[in-house]
Write a protein of this length. Sequence first.
Length: 363
Amino acid sequence: MLYKLDRYLLHQFFTILGLSLLGFVTVFLVVDLIENLDRFIDNGVPSTIIINYYIYTIPWFISIALPMSMLISTVFGVGMLVKRNEWTAMKSSGISLYRLSAPLLLTGIIISMLSFVLDNQLVSWGNEKRYTIDRDYNKKRSRHKLKNTLKNIFLQKDITIHIGIDKYNISTMSGNILTWVNLGTDIIKQRIDAKKIAYISESKSWKISNYSIRNFENGIETSVYFSEKDTLINLSFTPEDINKQARSPDELDYYELTSRITDLKNNGVKTVRWEVTRYLKVSFALTNFIVVLCGIPLVVFKEKNSLSFGIGMSVFVIFGYYAFIKFGQSMGFKGQLTPIFSAWIGNIVFFIGGVILLVRARK
């Protein structure tokens, strides 16, 4: 009997989830198209490119809409049981609120894990694609412009190669003040300093000007070569390695962010904003579980008018949740909270609140 009830409840839940997701994503697409239409027209963006842009945008819209849809599905799914007095009959049969909640909470955990995979496999990929379209086609009024000039660049390649560039121009693939060091096995083997560098695509190498090359053995300098002439040389990195530094955190998945943070830390660069964004990728996925936890007791508290009360409170929960996420993110970026706590503060507050509500609703 219980398994039939689980299937019945989950059938209602997933039906509402599918409809609400479709509704939210459709609204987001229409609103975003209306907002961007002038920019697309002004820049003469082809219709096929616009279609591709919104195909790449759909995973992000799904990710944003999923917690709202999960909460609505929970409120309506459980609310309809209460409204039709099915919940009263279940209680009379000895079914507890905890038992009723079990399949929904398990579903919330599974969807949270799937949401994390979605964010790392599709959302980051889609963001990178649509940002690229925006930069390439919406040259006027682009919302995702790359910084054309990067300063104080630090790269690490193959553990041993450390690269520093004072200033780099993405468009011309050229820069000023290069420091290139080969540390070997923790002992410097070679150092190259150049006043100017430029990437030559045909030869896939760098042209360095006004440079010096120092060779070392056992940490002791053995030879020095100076030249003011232009020389082609392989420096073990490409413009793409530099361009990655201009990509926003939204274009990177959790593992790319982890790698990026490691590289920045190795070069002595502050990584607070990057760490907050990385932790948010995990905490935001878990939102799908926590809204289910909060949604169940909302419609059980007041069995009379439970559905309307639950809908009203769910609006408060969603706006409150997003407010806490933004508050934590802002405090984390400013360094007033640790990166991990700033990303998880919303989840902690609403998880505790959801547990308290569930315990009180059971009584």
